[in-house]
Design a protein around this ligand. Structure first.
Ligand SMILES: NC(=O)c1ccc[n+]([C@@H]2O[C@H](COP(=O)([O-])OP(=O)(O)OC[C@H]3O[C@@H](n4cnc5c(N)ncnc54)[C@H](OP(=O)(O)O)[C@@H]3O)[C@@H](O)[C@H]2O)c1
Length: 317
């Protein structure tokens, strides 16, 4: 149980990736400022987290079952927490989907929205009444750069993250009146099971509804480019955990945090042109006409960000 002065943090989707590493980082806080309620929909997947968190389990971290897609699961989880008291809610649970849209069933679309959008809304609805009563609280959402800028063949996933951005941007205004902060963490690519699941998803599907030209662009142009982008620009889940902790610990937590500065120009491109054509046409041109240039830029970036080059940097002293 949390001790007086400790902040109670509930995190969704802690069986792997970003959620797992946020839970570990907070539970191992040297000053023990946090009591982490790490939740996952299937507690049989707890071993990775328990191994990473070590002795903090049972002291600054406890586990609860929570499926963000189920009213009953959310209600039972929140009810089991002492006084329903949660200082910080971290909405991390999420699923991805890459595919030409004509090959996606409406059931798959609903399932992405059920987790990434309705799951977040369900969680926020459950914690807000108590936060409002106490006139304190912080709601954090692990969104994505794809909540700000769409990416080809990620149409449904991007739509779900845009939806969450719109929901939170609206809600943040009202909640500020109650001293409740809302913060969006917007990572670019991150090396987690998310990436592995995406590759599995694609390799297991046949795409019979897809015409040959689209399938060629999806498999031979987009997918290799996407693997390159992950390899070159990908962050670690530990880096996202650090960015999240920094946002939690500032006096006036910011609403929006892009964790990867290399993505700032992409968002700026969109904001720079009210017609929206600049980003649509530039991204189209980059992927379909300048594939070679894109590959070259990725390789340049790979070199510039490479550890061996960084180790040659001359220290200021
Ligand atoms: N990795 C990236 O490139 C990237 C980039 C930007 C944003 N994000 C966002 O970061 C968040 C975390 O993703 P990740 O990269 O850490 O991927 P991950 O390793 O696949 O983790 C996703 C987590 O969400 C959980 N989850 C899925 N559906 C759930 C449900 N209905 N109820 C409760 N938990 C559920 C998964 O649990 P199970 O193990 O039970 O499936 C897993 O613990 C997501 O919101 C994602 O959209 C990821």
């Amino acid at each position: 149980m949390a001790t007086p002065g400790q902040k109670v943090v509930l995190i969704t989707g802690c069986s792997s990736g970003i959620g797992l590493w946020i839970a570990v980082l907070l539970a191992k806080d040297e000053q023990q400022r946090y009591y982490v309620i790490a939740t996952m929909r299937n507690l049989q997947k707890k071993e990775r987290l328990l191994e990473a968190v070590g002795e903090a389990y049972g002291k600054t971290l406890s586990l609860l079952t929570l499926d963000v897609c189920s009213d009953q699961s959310v209600s039972e989880c929140i009810k089991s927490i002492k006084d329903r008291h949660i200082d910080i809610l971290i909405n991390n649970a999420g699923v991805g989907l890459v595919s030409p849209v004509e090959c996606v069933s409406m059931e798959e679309v609903r399932s992405v929205f059920e987790t990434n959008v309705f799951g977040v809304i369900r969680m926020i609805k459950a914690v807000v009444p108590d936060m409002k009563k106490r006139r304190a609280g912080h709601i954090i959402v692990i969104s994505s750069t794809m909540g700000l800028q769409g990416v080809v063949f990620n149409d449904v996933y991007a739509a779900s993250k845009f939806a969450v951005e719109g929901f939170c941007e609206s809600l943040a205004v009202q909640l500020l009146k109650f001293n409740i902060r809302v913060s969006m963490i917007e990572p670019g690519p991150v090396h987690t099971d998310f990436e592995v699941k995406m590759i599995e998803q694609v390799s297991q599907k046949d795409y019979p509804e897809c015409d040959a030209e689209t399938l060629h662009y999806f498999k031979n142009v987009y997918l290799p480019a996407s693997v390159d982008v992950f390899q070159t620009l990908g962050q670690t889940p530990q880096q996202i955990a650090m960015s999240t902790k920094q946002v939690m610990e500032t006096q006036r937590p910011r609403f929006r945090s892009l964790t990867n500065p290399l993505y700032t120009p992409l968002v700026a491109l969109k904001m720079a042109d009210e017609s929206g054509d600049l980003s649509v046409r530039s991204l189209h041109h980059l992927l379909f006409n300048l594939g070679g240039v894109m590959k070259f830029s990725m390789n340049m970036l790979k070199c510039l960000t490479c550890v061996c080059l960084r180790s040659r940097t001359v220290a200021p002293d």
